[in-house]
Ligand binder design. Structure first.
Ligand code: MEV
Length: 436
């Protein structure tokens, strides 16, 4: 295996040649395949090249849409970037199901984001508290040039608190800082403010008499936002009379009983909860990606939230009250509809346009709905037909594509697998039979 220095300085073609020569020598068509995925429009390709470093090609994900989502009384189409078959079909099915039963209701519960200056201090903690109280305003003042624009948009720094963590880790303290970032996800804004707070902390400490006397000063370890945002929270809900959930009373009751048990299992059994929440994230990530947001941040924050009680649990919950079935989700989501990729990536711009140029709050509502819809569809299938029925139908299409089945072969296969179980080998057998 080869090693290289100065790789980033090579041209794109040089990088590709080096990779092909050193790592892909068994793939004579490697360079051709890599370039097949370049965009014919040089300007567009350059835009993509510059999103990250050492770009050699583009990695496509399908961008699909799930229509007919009735959310707070209005119809929406939800753009979803996802490679997994069945996800968009499931979302569309859930949208239709709930559209006929009043649609999704949402509420943004809070929009506060968080960041920390993590620092060490080995002196008297009361002196640190005195210093902080004397200088709290200075932190805000010193960050004025950074917060001016955000304040014009109604956001800014909400509060800064000194937190003593020295019982958990020797000499560890933090400035726990809260922010309102309006329609921006706010990572750059928050991190810039935090780094300024770090500078203010260290420089002002030099002038504080009690620190000077002791010769002990706070020392910044790091300044960084937190992707755990339990106070940037959205709720989405669906509800309908239990009787509307089946063809007759007995069916409805059986379905609801099983559905409730499935959610209870996901609330108490982490093995199931992880898969349950993975299904929710199928919907969440797809919209987060389509709208140019940071799905890693969302994933990390959501899973931490799912474990907030000390045990990893379901993100959705259900109850039946006075004959009414209620199913809901609460999700922490730090999203942006301005800044970052949202103004750079042409498809992201279109995805946001499809959603009616949403505010960050609106996007939170749409993402939560996508997660809830996905979970409803998954649990619905799981407690009735099982998920393989739908999955294998999509899987059949993928296998037929893989073997370049023509239109006649496809319809014959679809017909055949209406009464037979799909498996990779069964599809190949059938194709061989048709072709011979
Ligand atoms: C598959 O991507 C997602 C499911 O496993 C989710 C679930 O089990 O709830 C179907």
């Amino acid at each position: 295996m080869a090693k290289i220095s100065g790789f980033s300085k090579l041209t794109k073609n040089e990088k590709i040649s080096w990779i092909a020569e050193n790592y892909l020598s068994d793939h004579p068509q490697a360079i051709e395949i890599i370039k097949q995925y370049w965009n014919a429009d040089d300007k567009l390709q350059k835009l993509h090249d510059e999103f990250t470093e050492n770009t050699i090609s583009n990695y496509y994900l399908p961008l699909g849409v799930a229509p007919n989502f009735k959310i707070d009384g209005k119809f929406h189409v939800i753009p979803m970037a996802i490679e997994e078959s069945s996800v968009i079909a499931a979302a569309s099915k859930a949208a239709k199901f709930w559209e006929e039963r009043g649609g999704f209701k949402t509420e943004v519960l809070s929009t506060t984001k968080v960041g920390h200056v993590h620092f060490s201090f080995s002196g008297n903690s009361q002196h640190l508290e005195d210093f902080f109280q004397n200088n709290k305003n200075k932190f805000f003042q010193d960050a004025k040039s950074l917060t001016k624009n955000m304040e014009k948009r109604g956001g800014g720094i909400l509060d800064i608190e000194l937190v003593d963590k020295s019982k958990s880790l020797e000499n560890y303290y933090q400035l726990h800082c809260t922010f309102e970032t309006k329609d921006a996800m706010g990572a750059n804004f928050i991190n810039s403010c935090l780094e300024q707070f770090g500078k203010t902390l260290e420089s002002e400490a030099q002038n504080f008499e009690k620190f000077k006397v002791d010769g002990k000063f706070p020392e910044v370890i790091m300044c960084i936002l937190s992707n755990y945002v339990p106070e940037c929270l959205v709720r989405a809900e669906v509800s309908c009379p239990v009787t509307q959930l089946g063809d007759n009373e007995a069916d409805s009751k059986k379905f609801v009983d099983k559905f409730i048990q499935a959610i209870e299992i996901a609330k108490l059994e982490p093995y199931r909860a992880v898969t349950h929440n993975k299904g929710i994230m199928n919907g969440v990530d797809a919209v987060v990606l389509a709208t140019g947001n940071d799905f890693r941040a969302v994933e990390a924050g959501v899973h931490a939230y799912a474990a907030r009680s000390g045990q990893y649990r379901s993100l959705t919950d259900v109850k039946v009250e006075n004959g009414e079935f209620k199913f809901w989700i609460e999700l922490p989501l730090a999203l942006g509809t301005i800044g970052g990729l949202t103004s750079l990536h042409p498809l992201v711009k279109l995805s946001l346009a499809m959603l009616g140029k949403p505010s960050a709050k609106d996007l939170m509502r749409f993402v939560a709905v996508a997660g809830l819809a996905q979970n409803f569809a998954a649990v619905n299938s799981l407690v009735t037909t099982g998920i393989q029925k739908g999955h294998m139908k999509m899987h059949l299409m993928n296998i037929l594509n893989q073997f370049e089945a023509n239109a006649d072969e496809r319809s014959e296969a679809v017909e055949y697998f209406k009464t037979h179980t799909v498996s990779h080998s069964e599809v190949i057998n059938l194709l061989e039979k048709i072709r011979s």
